[in-house]
Design a protein around this ligand. Structure first.
Ligand SMILES: O=C(O)CCC(=O)C(=O)O
Length: 307
């Protein structure tokens, strides 16, 4: 039975609405930045500061950035990654970011050496098995990987002692996005890579584990399209729903840095034009979504406590 609190929890109501599979929800209220005219009632185009050209992302002059006026500090940026860049980051996420010294959801169930080999084992099955089913492959079981400071999902904390490095290429790309929005000296200190399939979702939550919340959370999407919900720091406020597609970047800063957000639905389409590709990476991306998000954890003003 629904309690009074549930009735008031507009975030949960919208989450359940877009998550449902019994019938297809209406997408009329979902903001679509691929149809810019339709979002301009809620979003404004913003100018970006030019950052130097770096590898694995487009030049800032090609990006198109919007601020969601109903959610202060929330930015949506298009054209940050070309198709080649998207494939590069998808391969990095699956082949490299799931390996030691990074941590994955599978590490507590199997030896790290076998986790480290799951991409190549799955790819070799794809190439050799006539009745290959991606849903039965080893790589299908990976749901998340953490890099840099490893987030502890139980305590919802980071520890000074449980840390590796955020890879330089990911730090450079996220630093460039932060700089383009005027956040100087951004340090990529932690990253969570989420792997979703078309029936996955991510429940409403706030990201509050970082001790300095003044730096933006930068989030890159790859593979299948999805619906993202972003609200405020109270669940009784109705969230905005928006489509996020491969190559799109969202940035949560200012008030939106501590806002409730969720991923109720992964769609079954991707704008990546992968139908003609017969490689394993394309096969994975036609069936999955990858979210690569990067955070600065501490600063000179706020440091992680010793543990
Ligand atoms: O998948 C997404 O776009 C959102 C991920 C997210 O909210 C998180 O990892 O905290």
């Amino acid at each position: 039975m629904e309690s009074k609190d549930d009735v008031m929890d507009y975030f949960k109501i919208d989450f359940k609405y877009y998550k449902q599979r019994a019938s297809v929800p209406s997408y009329n209220d979902v903001l679509d930045f691929d149809d810019v005219d339709s979002v301009l009632r809620k979003a404004s185009k913003v100018s970006l500061l030019e950052s130097p050209s770096i590898k694995n992302m487009s030049d800032t002059k090609n990006w198109e950035a919007y601020h969601l006026n109903t959610v202060p500090g929330f930015y949506f940026i298009k054209n940050v990654l070309t198709r080649e860049h998207q494939l590069y980051w998808a391969r990095r996420s699956l082949c490299d970011f799931t390996r030691s010294p990074n941590v994955t959801n599978l590490d507590q169930f199997q030896a790290k050496e076998s986790v480290d080999k799951m991409w190549e084992n799955s790819e070799s099955e794809f190439l050799t098995k006539s009745n290959f089913n991606i849903r039965e492959s080893e790589i299908w079981a990976v749901r998340w990987a953490t890099l840099g400071y490893h987030h502890n999902w139980n305590t919802r904390n980071y520890s000074k002692r449980h840390r590796s490095n955020v890879p330089d290429d990911l730090a450079a790309v996220s630093g460039n996005i932060a700089n383009a929005l005027g956040f100087e000296d951004y340090k990529a200190e932690a990253s969570v890579v989420n792997f979703y399939h078309s029936n996955s979702s991510l429940c409403p939550h706030q990201d509050l584990s970082e001790v300095d919340l003044t730096y933006p959370l930068i989030s890159i999407s790859l593979g299948l399209d999805a619906i993202f919900l972003i609200g405020s720091d109270i669940k009784t406020e109705k969230p905005e729903a928006l489509f996020i597609r491969s190559g799109d970047v969202v940035v949560m800063s200012g008030k939106s840095r501590t806002a409730y957000h969720a991923l109720p639905r992964v769609m079954e389409t991707t704008k990546m034009r992968l139908d003609d590709e017969s490689d394993f990476l394309s096969c994975y991306l036609m069936n999955s979504r990858i979210n690569l998000n990067v955070r600065q954890v501490e600063s000179d003003k706020s440091v992680l406590p010793e543990d």
